[in-house]
Structure formats: structure tokens, C-alpha cells
Unconditional design. Structure first.
Length: 362
């Protein structure tokens, strides 16, 4: 009877993980972050995302070109709003861009229901959605080769969504699932903006942010054996020193708190489990050297469960690198501003902050 040694545990491997949050147009910031990480030669074993993070993750993992960072930036510049007049002041542009998105939609991502005839056109109280995201499916197919995302192919793609009927997470994992555009769409159906759900495998699925906007827990559950270094992109600021001045700023701050990174608990529990496993391993080694026949028999009976626990749930989070978006103004609908200037600003901001984070962690 042998305990799981440090060498054996190390042979299980170490994983580098990128976790991408949801946040509408703020996902352009994640594009900038990935550009910087890619430039630094960081290779990911797992890329996990929800909502717009799932869109970004699918392009990173299944880019039709051999340059995923370039493809991701091309995607964001492609979906940028060309309606908003260039040169508008920063104080005005977001409002114009959001109004354009709300009224006219975005031809590459979503279109409004009121521009297309339907049997319930004059009965809006019966509508189940305001925006159809079928255009996003067509755009994704231009940038993503979904056949490329499968099995042991790296990076491994993990996408999260929410089951409308039972409020449980529905997770798609390229290790086991055949990845398709509909799974990405399922992760992006945000009901508070009137975006439609997606029906997949008999389930009605909404945005994964409804349960968790930082799908690190799903990564741990999907790959519990390996120790991890995790890069988390925070789209919603955790800290805001200014007290909100009006209801729009109050809703904005409340939204940030709801969707900000909450991985500390996951990291804390991972370390506690790691300490427990170390203690159990030490106790196992002591008992395995005993000469008492009764103790040896008890240990033999516990052996299968011990090895299952030690090998299958033995991974811990060794390090988390957080790249956090900084906010210069508090605008409730900032995640619906797809204007070209804003998209470019977000990309450059993500690159800058990722460089600083990498420099800080050495």
C-alpha cells in the first residue's frame, strides 16, 4: 500500500487557465488582455468563459487562423458599431451608441424583433424576447472552426449557461461535448436586455452570468486533479470609492457588485482541501507502516477511497493573476456601447493592464 507521493502528484500535471467574464461590449477589454498574454508567450491549457467571455473563448480556442489574438481583434473591430458618428465627445458618444444598439441592433450580433413581421407583432406583451442573436451565430462561423475544438485539443474550451427551468448551470466542455455555435449562443442570452434564450438538447438556456460571471468553479469541477495557475479578467470593478449620486449610478454600482469576481471563496476552499489532503496523506503513511494487523486491515479497506480522493480531487489553485478593468466614468449601459472608439479604447486598456499585471507578478 503506497501513498500518493509528491512526485506522483506532480506527474498529474499543471494547468494554466484563462477565465473570461461576461459583460457585453466590455468583452473588447478581454481581447486586449489576451493580445498581451499571447505576446508574452503564455499558453493556456483551459480557456473558460460565459456570455461574451464564451464568445471570446471560442475564438481563442478555435480560431480559423493560426493567430488567435489577431483573429479576436478582427472580430471586435468587425462587430463595432459603424452607425455612431466618429468624433463625438467621450461624454456623449456612449449615450448615442447605446441608443443606436437599442433601436437598430447590431447587424453582426443581434437584431430587434420589431423590424421583422411576426404573428404576435402587435401583441408585444406576448413577446419572449426583444433581440434575436442569430446574427452572432453567423459571425461566429466566420471566425471559429468548431471542428478544431474537440477532445484533447488544447486549449480546452469550457462554456457555461443557465437552465431556465431548474436554475442549474449547464456546462459545455470540449473534452466531452461536440462544440457548436448554439452552445456559445446559449451562454449569451441575457434576459435583462431582452436577448432570446437558446434551446439545446431539450433545454432552454440563458446567459451563464445569471449564476456565476466568473466560471472558475466550473473549471475546478471539470479538471479537479491538476494544480492551476489562473488568469482572471475582471470586467466589473470591485472597488469604487465614490458613493453613487443618483438612481442610475446606484443601479450601475449594484450591477458591478453582482457581476464582479467572486473567486476568493473558491481559492480559499481549494487551499483548505489541499491542506486536508496533505494531512490525510501523512496519516496514511503513518498507518501504512504499522505492524498491527487490525490497523492494516482497516487501512486496506480505506485504500480505494483514499486514492480516489487524493488523485481525483488533489489539485489546488497555486496562483491567481487578476487583470482588472479600470473605470473612468460610471455609466449604467457601458456594456452596450459598441462604438468603434470605445471598442478600440477597451482593447488598448486591456493590453495596458495585462502588461502591468504580468510585470507585477514577475
Amino acid at each position: 500500500m503506497q501513498s500518493l507521493s509528491s512526485r506522483e502528484k506532480g506527474s498529474l500535471g499543471f494547468e494554466t487557465v484563462l477565465v473570461l467574464q461576461g459583460g457585453g461590449s466590455l468583452g473588447a477589454y478581454e481581447c486586449g488582455v489576451f493580445k498581451a498574454l499571447h505576446r508574452h508567450g503564455i499558453k493556456f491549457d483551459i480557456v473558460a468563459g460565459t456570455s461574451i467571455g464564451a464568445v471570446n473563448a471560442s475564438i481563442i480556442c478555435g480560431s480559423r487562423s493560426d493567430e488567435p489574438a489577431k483573429a479576436l481583434e478582427e472580430f471586435w473591430l468587425d462587430i463595432a458599431d459603424g452607425i455612431t458618428p466618429p468624433g463625438l465627445p467621450d461624454e456623449v458618444r456612449p449615450y448615442v451608441a447605446v441608443a443606436n444598439s437599442a433601436i437598430y441592433g447590431n447587424s453582426k450580433i443581434f437584431f430587434p424583433k420589431w423590424f421583422y413581421p411576426s404573428t404576435d407583432y402587435f401583441m408585444p406583451y406576448l413577446w419572449q424576447y426583444l433581440y434575436d442573436i442569430t446574427p452572432l451565430k453567423n459571425t461566429l462561423n466566420q471566425y471559429v472552426d468548431f471542428e478544431k475544438i474537440r477532445g484533447s485539443q488544447k486549449p480546452r474550451l469550457i462554456i457555461t449557461s443557465t437552465d431556465v427551468q431548474n436554475a442549474k448551470p449547464s456546462v459545455f466542455d470540449s473534452m466531452y461535448d461536440k462544440m457548436e455555435p448554439d452552445q456559445v449562443l446559449a451562454s449569451a442570452g441575457y434576459p435583462f436586455y431582452g436577448i432570446s434564450w437558446t434551446k439545446k438538447s431539450g433545454k432552454y438556456l440563458w446567459d451563464g452570468t445569471l449564476l456565476s460571471n466568473t466560471p472558475l468553479r466550473e473549471v475546478i469541477n471539470a479538471s479537479p486533479k491538476h494544480d492551476k495557475k489562473v488568469f482572471v479578467v475582471d470586467l466589473f470593478p470591485k472597488t469604487q470609492h465614490e458613493i453613487p449620486n443618483n438612481m442610475f449610478e446606484i443601479w450601475h454600482r449594484a450591477r458591478d457588485i453582482m457581476y464582479t469576481d467572486k473567486t476568493e471563496h473558491n481559492v480559499h476552499m481549494s487551499k483548505i482541501v489541499g491542506r486536508y489532503l496533505t494531512l490525510i496523506r501523512q496519516m496514511h503513511e503513518i498507518l501504512s507502516n504499522t505492524a498491527d494487523p487490525k490497523s492494516k486491515q482497516m487501512l486496506e479497506n480505506l485504500e480505494p477511497e483514499y486514492h480516489k480522493l487524493a488523485s481525483e480531487r488533489g489539485g489546488i489553485i497555486e496562483e491567481i493573476v487578476r487583470i482588472q478593468r479600470r473605470e473612468h466614468r460610471h455609466f449604467l449601459f457601458e456594456d452596450a456601447d459598441f462604438s468603434v472608439a470605445t471598442i478600440k479604447d477597451l482593447i488598448s486598456g486591456g493590453e495596458r493592464d495585462a502588461k502591468e499585471a504580468l510585470a507585477a507578478c514577475g
